[in-house]
Design a protein around this ligand. Structure first.
Ligand SMILES: CC(C)(COP(=O)(O)OP(=O)(O)OC[C@H]1O[C@@H](n2cnc3c(N)ncnc32)[C@H](O)[C@@H]1OP(=O)(O)O)[C@@H](O)C(=O)NCCC(=O)NCCS
Length: 267
């Protein structure tokens, strides 16, 4: 039985099936290998595999808490999702000092994870991507190749609060320090998010170049910086209140490339 056929039944049927522990192990192994993804690029655009998220959630329901003495004196978690161990042949640099990737996370060859950082279950991190200190790659988030996730970048997950589409960051995007991407934001190829930009599903991005707005999507090559706009209403006007709003100030050019160039020596 395929994983898809096994998990796309009712939760009660799946939980009562004695094959569940083996299927769960196969689910984690395929997620780690990157052969199964919570969302994936296709010729028609990105496809979200909602059942993968459901399968992960069932993993939480069918296991109980256990002490995990190998991972710190007070580590206690669900048996289904222990931390991932890495071997030299994985080609991942998991720099010591307090980072963890959970089982069911895919980290491709050439990924560097600087401590402390966390990569949650179902996340996909493509080749050559840097996950810098204090960065979070939330559950099922999809991060492309040669992406730079700067220090403190927070990429939200879909498990809680439950979200439909994971955050997607395409190849060669640059995510600046302390950027927050939540609620299924889709950052297209080579986009640049300046330090401190925060995007949620309701954030309107103003594009000064094309004279339009974007919601839930950062177009290819856009350079987004934090901005503000006057809040509406008499009270706001009278008190000079501004609301934060991200702004596309330009599309990537050689100056941006120079400002965001990756350092090969670090890879
Ligand atoms: C976005 C960034 C890459 C600059 O890109 P750039 O292409 O060189 O941008 P430019 O200098 O040409 O600036 C274009 C416009 O945006 C404005 N701008 C640039 N960065 C800005 C920022 N962070 N906040 C607000 N405005 C910004 C500039 O003032 C300029 O405005 P103007 O046209 O009115 O003069 C840079 O600001 C940045 O955020 N770097 C990432 C830093 C970081 O997080 N490092 C991680 C370390 S771990």
């Amino acid at each position: 039985m395929t994983l898809h056929a096994f998990y796309t039944r009712s939760a009660e049927e799946v939980l009562a099936d004695p094959r569940l522990p083996d299927m769960h192990e196969a689910l984690l192994a395929e997620l780690e290998a990157g052969t199964l993804r919570a969302a994936e690029p296709t010729a028609e655009g990105w496809r979200v595999n909602t059942w993968v998220k459901q399968a992960i959630l069932l993993g939480f329901r069918h296991t109980s808490l256990v002490e995990m003495p190998g991972y710190g004196l007070s580590a206690v978690d669900k048996t289904a999702f222990p931390p991932r161990a890495f071997r030299l042949e994985d080609g991942v640099r998991m720099v010591p000092g307090g980072s963890a990737a959970r089982r069911g996370a895919h980290l491709a060859k050439g990924v560097v994870v600087m401590p402390p950082a966390y990569v949650n279950v179902g996340a996909f991190v493509g080749e050559g991507t840097m996950v810098d200190s204090h960065a979070l790659v939330g559950s099922c988030a999809q991060v492309g190749q040669r992406v730079h996730l700067s220090a403190g970048a927070q990429v939200g997950g879909v498990l809680e609060p439950a979200g439909a589409q994971p955050v997607i960051i395409e190849d060669e995007a640059f995510v600046g320090g302390l950027v927050g991407l939540f609620e299924g934001i889709h950052v297209r190829r080579r986009a640049v998010l300046a330090s401190g930009v925060v995007l949620t599903a309701g954030t309107v991005i103003h594009d000064l170049v094309r004279g339009r707005t974007w919601v839930k999507e950062v177009p290819e090559g856009a350079v987004v910086v934090p901005g503000s706009r006057p809040a509406s209403g008499d009270y706001a006007r009278a008190n000079g209140i501004q609301l934060a709003t991200p702004v596309i100030v330009k599309y990537r050019d050689p100056k941006t490339d120079a400002a965001t160039a990756l350092e090969e020596a670090l890879r």
